[in-house]
Write a protein that binds this ligand. Structure first.
Ligand SMILES: Nc1ncnc2c1ncn2[C@@H]1O[C@H](COP(=O)(O)OP(=O)(O)OP(=O)(O)O)[C@@H](O)[C@H]1O
Ligand SMILES: Cc1ncc(COP(=O)(O)O)c(N)n1
Length: 276
């Protein structure tokens, strides 16, 4: 079985962070593992508290996994502060896994800061160049580049700036556009466009976490970066279409629906015999 590791924060309501990542790995048939960088007290309405894990304990978790188990892909999410970023970068440099997807989480959908203001520079300098692909949303791309994004052209300009900073591949996600969402991939040579239809729902908690861990799952299974994004977009679209009105705020996406659909499909073609 292929394996994937998430290095991210815990979200107590499980719409985003470690919990969303592990659900996504599971739904993709990939063995999921976790290194927790912070514990957040969080629900669909917002973030109530954050307690960071010490950099030393983050390193111990990384050593525990990498000295024992082959990791086919890594997804990196919330990293909180400079010390944690330095530790994660050092260990990823040392163990050098084949595929690293960096979701540069900065602010939650509910507006809470998840990355210290002094941590951005070290993230870009130490971690960005180690990653196969970085997946900022529009506000994150604006903070990284200083380029205001109002159009597809602005997204393309930002991709080029992030490439110049040392990223190998950049996917700027269009969930925050006012139009239909268009995600743009740049590999230093050309652009690819992943065009979606906007699903009108308030329940989009954890969409970025889910997309990046779906990309990591597909990379772990050996798909190319482009194919991994196409398949991850299919997954997130179904998860948003069937998102859940749980709680009073921004509800989570629905991972179960994808598994359920897959099981029924396998049943139909006679390859799934057990109860699903
Ligand atoms: N309402 C929507 N309808 C269809 N696709 C969407 C919608 N919102 C987001 N997406 C898609 O979901 C993926 C994640 O994009 P988004 O811009 O929401 O990331 P994000 O802001 O990092 O998410 P989060 O911070 O909530 O985890 C992208 O592929 C985007 O196109
Ligand atoms: C632990 C953790 N990681 C990431 C996010 C971003 O997700 P969102 O933007 O949907 O709030 C979050 N809220 N919590």
């Amino acid at each position: 079985m292929r394996t994937a590791l998430t290095i991210a924060g815990s979200d107590s309501c499980a719409g985003a962070g470690i919990q969303a990542d592990l659900k996504t790995f599971y739904a993709h048939g990939v063995y999921g593992m976790s290194v927790i960088t912070a514990v957040t007290a969080q629900n669909t309405k917002g973030v109530i508290g954050i307690e960071n894990i010490s950099a030393d304990m983050v390193e111990k978790q990384l050593d525990a996994i990498f000295t024992d188990i082959k990791v086919d892909a890594v997804k990196v999410g919330m990293l909180s502060n400079r010390d944690i970023i330095k530790s994660v970068s050092r260990k990823l440099k040392k163990y050098s896994p084949d595929n690293i997807v960096l979701d540069p989480v900065m602010v939650s959908k509910s507006g809470h800061t998840l990355l210290g203001p002094d941590a951005k520079d070290i993230l870009l300098k130490e971690l960005l160049p180690l990653c196969t692909i970085v997946t900022p949303n529009i506000p994150e791309a604006e903070v990284i580049t200083g380029v205001t994004i109002n159009s597809i052209n602005d997204m393309k300009k930002s991709c080029k700036v992030i490439f110049e900073m040392g990223a190998k591949m950049i996917l700027i996600k269009g969930g925050h556009l006012s139009t239909d969402p268009v995600d743009i991939l740049f590999d230093g040579k050309g652009f690819k466009y992943f065009i979606g239809k906007r699903i009108h729902t308030k329940n989009t908690h954890g969409t970025g976490c889910t997309l990046s861990s779906a990309i990591a799952s597909n990379l772990a299974k050996g798909y190319s970066v482009e194919k991994s994004i196409v398949k991850a977009k299919e997954y997130i679209t179904i998860a948003i279409q069937n998102s859940l009105s749980i709680g009073k705020g921004i509800g989570p996406t629905n991972h179960f629906y994808s598994i359920y659909k897959k099981c029924n499909m396998l049943k139909e073609i006679g390859e799934f015999k057990n109860e699903c």
